[in-house]
Design a protein around this ligand. Sequence first.
Ligand code: FES
Length: 153
Amino acid sequence: MAQTVSEKVARVLEKHRRDKSMLVGILQDVQADIGYIPKDAMVEVSRGLDVPESRVYSVATFFKAFSLTPRGRHLINVCLGTACHVRGAEKVLEKIEEELKVKRGETTPDLKFTLETVNCVGACALGPMVIIGDDYHGEMTPEGILPVLKQYN
Ligand code: FES
């Protein structure tokens, strides 16, 4: 039977021996296990470690790597670094936003994609770069991105 949020958090807390100094590591494990950090999980962590909820919340919101909302199965990162920008990355991003009907930082309601931006992934000569999961798609155009998005389900 699937574990509840409560059970998952309890297991992570045990692994870290309920050590308050491990708060960041605990939140990392919760996110790895659940896919994001739900409000319920923050409450459980707060109780389990006996630290104020406000402290757990501020740590969870401080690090960009933590997400408080569900994430899509595929993470799209559009590079908006200088080289990609001058080659038209913004137009590619706008096309993705239009196609998926989400803005940067958001996740599609079917949890298929989360759309984010990055600054330079070290492949400037191949810009504009769009990274989906572990796949690098170079020399991207607004027209070219549509068939690429269809490859993911
Ligand atoms: S600016 Fe996009 S890869 Fe360097």
